[in-house]
Write a protein that binds this ligand. Structure first.
Ligand code: ZN
Length: 359
């Protein structure tokens, strides 16, 4: 079976302004790179055309009044915050991004593909039940989770590795024990949430897991968290499927953030998660693009690395141009890992009442 790439030319349509960090060039450069590398010519990859999400698929996550607001503002123009304007026609583009997430879930469950990567815009993880924000309007990942559950999957694990905390996704699932939400993000940073003591509410207590990391955190830090927290949790939770909020703004060239991942680091992380998915949930995995604003230096290479890993291709040649390596050395913090080891100990103590793997 193949890896599906869900993409439509219409994903380039949404534009707040041509100089906004979340602009159509992000995907245009990625698609050029993938085409140049011959990704669409190899038998392990299939390109999938998304459909728009339906009203009931959106309302499984969002308030009707908020959806109504987006629909009206898409006619008149409007704004959510200074970084999140509502241009004319927004709702159609947001529905196609959310629909890409649903299309990917269906393709995996129908066994048309082994796993799928949704290369969509606009992103979604800052959008909550009744609000947007941080370039996000509809929560694509949350809509994918509810589609998995609508089709019979009971437990869903979300890994949000975007550099920013997925506050919208956390809010949507914080009281829901059927969804394990794990987030690794730079902290302190926008949107300000995502500390280790945010572990969910009510019946969902223990099913929200936040791993804040300092600026300068490198591939090594992410590998450590994967082994110490994410893998043990997944083994114990035994999800029926995994959804990834894949923000590529952890890359060392990203202009909005201060982390230090490499394209190869992303590829290795994805490879580990594919092995995990194979061992616990029949390989069922949907990956959905969130951020990533290094339009030329980072995003095309990180996306390529992720796709190569998902398709089981050789990732040893995945790397950025050599001209960027000096910047990488300047970006990595020597103290980040020791700080993360300390925080991880505290996090394990906090989660120990809910997870036997941390006792
Ligand atoms: Zn982000």
């Amino acid at each position: 079976m193949t890896t599906g790439i869900v993409f439509a030319q219409a994903y380039l349509r949404h534009e707040q302004s041509p100089t906004h960090p979340e602009r159509s060039e992000r995907l245009a450069y990625t698609m050029d790179q993938l085409t140049e590398e011959g990704i669409f010519d190899i038998p392990e990859i299939s390109l999938i055309e998304p459909r728009k999400a339906t009203r009931s698929e959106i309302l499984a996550v969002h308030d009707a009044a908020y959806v109504g607001f987006l629909e009206e503002a898409s006619v008149t123009g409007g704004m959510i915050d200074y970084d999140t304007m509502i241009p004319h026609g927004l709702i159609g583009d947001a529905l196609l991004a959310a629909g890409g997430a649903v299309t990917a879930v269906d393709a995996v469950l129908d066994q048309d593909v082994r796993n799928a990567f949704v290369l969509c815009r606009p992103p979604g993880h800052h959008a909550g039940c009744a609000h947007g924000g941080g370039f996000c309007y509809l929560n694509n990942v949350a809509i994918a989770v509810r589609q998995f559950q609508r089709r019979g999957m009971k437990r869903v694990m979300i890994l949000d590795w975007d550099a920013h905390h997925g506050n919208g996704t956390q809010e949507i699932f914080e009281d829901d024990p059927s969804v394990l939400f794990c987030s690794v993000h730079q902290f302190p940073f926008y949107p300000g949430s995502g500390q280790i003591d945010e572990i969910g509410t009510g019946e969902g207590t223990g099913y929200t897991v936040n791993m804040p990391v300092p600026g300068g955190s490198s591939d090594q830090v992410y590998t450590y968290l994967l082994q110490e927290i994410i893998m043990p949790l997944a083994e114990e939770f035994q999800p029926d499927c995994i959804v990834i909020s894949a923000g590529q703004d952890n890359h060392f060239t990203d202009p909005l953030t201060g982390l230090a991942l490499t394209a190869r680091g992303y590829a290795s992380m994805m490879q580990e998660i594919c092995i995990l998915a194979d061992s616990i949930c029949l390989g069922r995995l949907v990956v959905i693009l969130e951020g990533g604003y290094s339009v030329e230096g980072g995003l095309p290479y990180t996306n390529l690395g992720i796709i190569a890993a998902m398709a089981g291709l050789d990732i040893s040649a995945i790397r950025e141009p050599d001209t960027l390596l000096d910047l990488l050395h300047r970006s990595v913090s020597d103290t980040a890992l020791s700080r993360v080891i300390k925080t991880t100990g505290e996090l394990k103590q906090m989660l120990a009442p809910y997870w036997s793997c941390f006792r």
